[in-house]
Design a protein around this ligand. Structure first.
Ligand code: PEP
Ligand code: MN
Length: 338
């Protein structure tokens, strides 16, 4: 249910409503607007009929049902776009977020050189995996904590905030020590224990869409994080599985306007994992911006041929610099900045 307070509702009236929501077994999620305050009351539905009675409390304008299965992620509850602040870098506002770096952190020289070059080219957030979800247990699994430490060094050198993946609820605390954004990979989009754990921390989460996840399921996964109290969720489309084999995945461009309609959360696109080929990254990056994406995640490696993971889809730093140059007119056309 959505409880809309009157514009002139007093502090006492607001807190009385909040207490009432709690007493009915619901969690009140306060959304403070410019003019008025709104509560999203979410729970398992048992006290629903009683919630309607809140309508008669002082200061309340109305009580309305939320029709979508996702509540806090929905535009029904919050119409204005959410801007997630990542160590000073806004994601979801006017500025386009460019989260760029290698698939895996491989060593000091590799991550620091990449960080320096992508920053020069226009990246504003550094990506790099330390815990890698690989299809084969015999593939490189990432440098784990050593990788996180190297990311911290690259951040110190360049000032770029870090996005890195957390695969396991047991590693949330460790990864949170180093990461500015905690990435949930495509394979973990419905790992509900992990999502609940991430809902309890105060750190932005980058939630990647699974390769077999519908938009509805994707938003329900975001809801798991939001419902635990963490409102800083960034969505990432990274391609879904279809019958097509020419590309690694199929980039679902139409999910951008659909998500923009359904949710206030920022949405970025990862054309690297979506296509699997470095030469397809640039056209899909342009298309994503043109479709309304709030940012991009792009894999860049100084020596793609010898990369420990995802070399074929990784751009060399100079190619990334050219991509950004060609992207700028599209960013401008969309009324955005970089
Ligand atoms: C990654 O970002 O390196 C990654 C493993 O992505 P995804 O979870 O989208 O496959
Ligand atoms: Mn990768």
């Amino acid at each position: 249910m959505i409880i809309v307070m009157k514009p002139k509702a007093s502090e006492e009236e607001i807190s009385a409503v909040s207490d009432k929501i709690k007493s009915l077994g619901y969690t009140p999620h306060a959304i403070v607007g410019v003019e008025r305050q709104v509560f999203g009351a979410v729970g398992d539905g048992r006290g629903k009929s009683h919630l309607q009675a809140i309508e008669s409390m002082p200061g309340v304008e109305g009580v309305f049902p939320i029709l979508k299965p996702y509540k806090l992620a929905s535009r029904e509850v919050k119409d204005t776009n959410t801007v997630v602040m990542v160590d000073g870098v806004p994601v979801g506002g006017e500025q386009i977020a460019l989260m760029v770096g290698p698939c895996s952190v491989e060593g000091r020289e590799q991550i620091c050189t990449t960080a320096r070059l992508v920053k020069e080219a226009g990246a504003n957030i550094l990506r790099g995996g330390a815990f890698k979800p690989r299809t084969s247990p015999y593939s490189f699994q990432g440098l784990a904590e050593e990788g996180l430490k190297l990311l911290a060094e690259a951040k110190k050198e360049t000032g770029l905030p870090i996005v890195t993946e957390v695969m396991n609820p047991r590693e949330v605390e460790l990864v949170a020590e180093y990461a500015d954004i905690m990435q949930v990979g495509a394979r973990n989009v419905q790992n509900f224990s992990l999502l609940k754990e991430l809902g309890k921390i105060k750190k932005p989460i980058l939630l990647k869409r699974g390769m077999m996840t519908t938009i509805n399921e994707f938003l329900m996964s975001a809801e798991y994080i939001l419902s635990e109290g963490n409102s800083e969720v960034i969505l990432c489309e990274r391609g879904i599985r279809t019958f097509e084999t020419a590309t690694r995945n199929t980039l679902d461009l139409s999910c951008i306007p659909v998500l923009k309609k359904e949710t206030h959360l920022p949405i970025i696109v990862d054309p690297s994992h979506a296509t699997g080929h470095w030469d397809l990254v640039e056209p899909m990056a342009r298309a994503s911006i043109a479709a309304g994406a709030d940012g991009l995640m792009i894999e860049v490696h100084p020596d793609p041929v010898n990369a420990f993971s995802d070399g074929p889809q990784s751009l060399k730093p100079e190619k990334f610099a050219r991509l950004v140059k060609g992207l700028r007119p599209f960013i401008k056309l969309m009324g955005r900045t970089l």
